[in-house]
Design a protein around this ligand. Structure first.
Ligand SMILES: [Zn+2]
Ligand SMILES: [Zn+2]
Length: 128
């Protein structure tokens, strides 16, 4: 593994957020000022292929990268914010039902986050 790949993996594993390639790039620059954005993209796709990181795709938002520790996601339909949630592991149940060998599953639960709900309340009353 190259030095940059190790740094990127470290950034993702130590983050509690869901970082985009650009955000990872900014953090990588603190460790390696010579890094370029293309390096980040290349390493992210290699790390992803190797199964060392996961990618969370939400339509309309840039891909975000995440650690591979098993967990699921809540996605805010308004602002695209991702929150981690650990639900029961459904792999076995799903495997029983699909009939073909399963590699993984990707569960995203749509909701409206508390910040967006609060904003809605603020603006909701004055529709006159
Ligand atoms: Zn939201
Ligand atoms: Zn996550």
């Amino acid at each position: 593994m190259t030095k940059n790949a190790r740094y990127i993996l470290e950034i993702i594993n130590n983050s509690t957020e869901h970082l985009t390639a650009e955000q990872i790039y900014l953090r990588l620059r603190e460790k390696n000022a010579k890094a370029v954005l293309a390096t980040v993209y290349n390493n992210l796709s290699t790390l992803y292929e190797q199964g060392l990181i996961q990618k969370v795709c939400v339509e309309g938002y840039p891909d975000r990268y995440d650690k591979t520790v098993r967990h699921d996601h809540l996605v805010c339909k308004k602002c695209g914010k991702l929150s981690d949630i650990t639900l029961e592991d459904l792999a076995e149940k799903l495997q029983k039902q699909i009939g073909v060998p399963m590699i993984s599953y990707d569960l995203k639960i749509n909701h409206i986050c508390t910040e967006c709900l609060a904003k809605e309340k603020e603006h909701g009353g004055d529709k006159s």
